[in-house]
Design a protein around this ligand. Structure first.
Ligand code: TXA
Ligand code: MG
Length: 353
């Protein structure tokens, strides 16, 4: 693609999101790529039924071709066109959480291009809870395949600025819908087995899911797969959410975390290294570092989730030699997703009791 990425923004040449939806929908229909806000993170969309268009997503992100994409829909009718064997439990989850940050994996129909599923016989589907995303899918008149709109391996984008910084000139357009609401990606659940399997913790906590459908198996890891280990979800094989700067995660009991981080900061400083601290409010009160990004109070896990990726990106841009991340926030509900993203983003973890 030659030239710059168009930014669709209200108040410039467009008066309303309806205008933007039409313009961006046309790009999708014609086989182009459009980044758009969802309630979780920004997605990079293309016509899910057009393999050439989907190919442009992989190219723009430099995404490994064996990592499948989520297909986004705006109505449940579209689901029936894409998948078969929908279990009753899945309808219960749809009623409870769609539109919303829940992705479900089903047996795919023939129409779903192989490039989306990376050759698997299943496909991931979700209905996002964002009016711009839903309007775009409707205007395009087709389901939209969309991974997070970052360069492969980088933290997911939660603002248009993040999308532009990773993908300017590599995609046709981005719709600016401001900062996203949730800030971590959707919860992914495989519905094809007798007991549904949680493949990625996300915007909906596992307790909320088992409240609706009973037993759910845990099928995700907070680390990369080792040599020879089989992936339940192809995404588990790859580095994710990772800043360019070396990142150290200090997790565990809050008092020992504060002590450990203080010690790290002084050790690094003594070696002449500049330290960026990504911390909860409570930890930040006790520590002085060269650069600090405060995520929110330890118990305010929704706020922490919404700040997480922006914080990592911020410190990555502050010319520090090392980022120390504080893992003392709560780990239940959406906290499981926060902890998972921190562990995957970190190059090293020090777990305290
Ligand atoms: O919140 C979200 O889910 C965002 C927004 C844009 O909707 N999207 C997103 O997509 O996070 P992506 O591509 O970054 O993550 C999709 C995850 C990957 O870990 C992938 O391996 C997994 O879903 N996945 C997709 N299809 C799958 C399948 N058929 N079986 C198992 N895992 C699958
Ligand atoms: Mg992603």
């Amino acid at each position: 693609m030659i030239g710059k990425t168009r930014i669709f923004r209200i108040g410039t040449e467009y008066a309303s999101y309806a205008d933007i939806g039409r313009a961006a929908g046309t790009i999708i229909k014609e086989g182009g790529t459009v980044a758009f806000p969802t309630e979780t993170v920004y997605g990079l969309g293309a016509d899910a039924l057009n393999p050439d268009a989907v190919g442009k997503i992989f190219e723009a992100k430099a995404r490994p071709p064996d990592n499948p994409l989520i297909v986004h829909i705006s109505s449940t009718e579209q689901l029936h066109d894409l998948v078969e064997d929908i279990p009753a439990r899945a309808f219960d989850l749809m009623d409870a959480f769609w539109p919303g940050p829940l992705t479900m994996i089903f047996k795919r129909k023939e129409v779903v291009p192989e490039i989306i599923t990376a050759g698997l016989d299943t496909v991931a589907v979700r209905m996002p809870d964002n009016p711009i995303a839903l309007l775009l899918i409707e205007e395009a008149g087709t389901p939209i395949a969309a991974p997070s709109a970052n360069r492969s391996g980088m933290p997911s984008p939660t603002t248009t600025q993040h999308v532009i910084s990773d993908l300017d000139g590599r995609i046709d357009a981005v719709i600016d819908g401001g900062a996203v609401k949730i800030g971590v990606e959707s919860t992914v659940v495989d519905m094809t087995s007798e007991t549904p399997v949680l493949l990625r913790p996300g915007g909906i906590g596992i307790d909320e899911i088992s409240d609706v459908i009973g037993k759910v198996a845990i099928g995700y890891l907070d680390r990369l797969l080792e040599e020879g280990e089989v992936a339940r979800s192809p995404g588990m094989r790859y580095t994710h959410y990772s800043p360019k700067t070396w990142m150290v995660l200090v997790s565990g009991n809050s008092n020992s975390v504060v002590d450990r981080i203080s010690k790290f900061v002084s050790d690094y400083n003594r070696q002449g290294l500049r330290v960026g601290l990504l911390a909860t409010e409570e930890t930040a009160e006790h520590i002085i570092a060269d650069e600090i990004f405060i995520l929110g109070g330890r118990d305010d896990i929704a706020l922490i989730a919404s700040n997480l990726f922006a914080g990592i990106r911020y410190l990555d841009g502050r010319n520090v030699d090392v980022i120390i991340a504080d893992g003392s926030m709560r780990a239940d509900g959406i906290g499981a997703a926060v902890q998972n993203r921190l562990k995957k983003a970190a190059d090293e973890e020090f777990a305290n009791r």
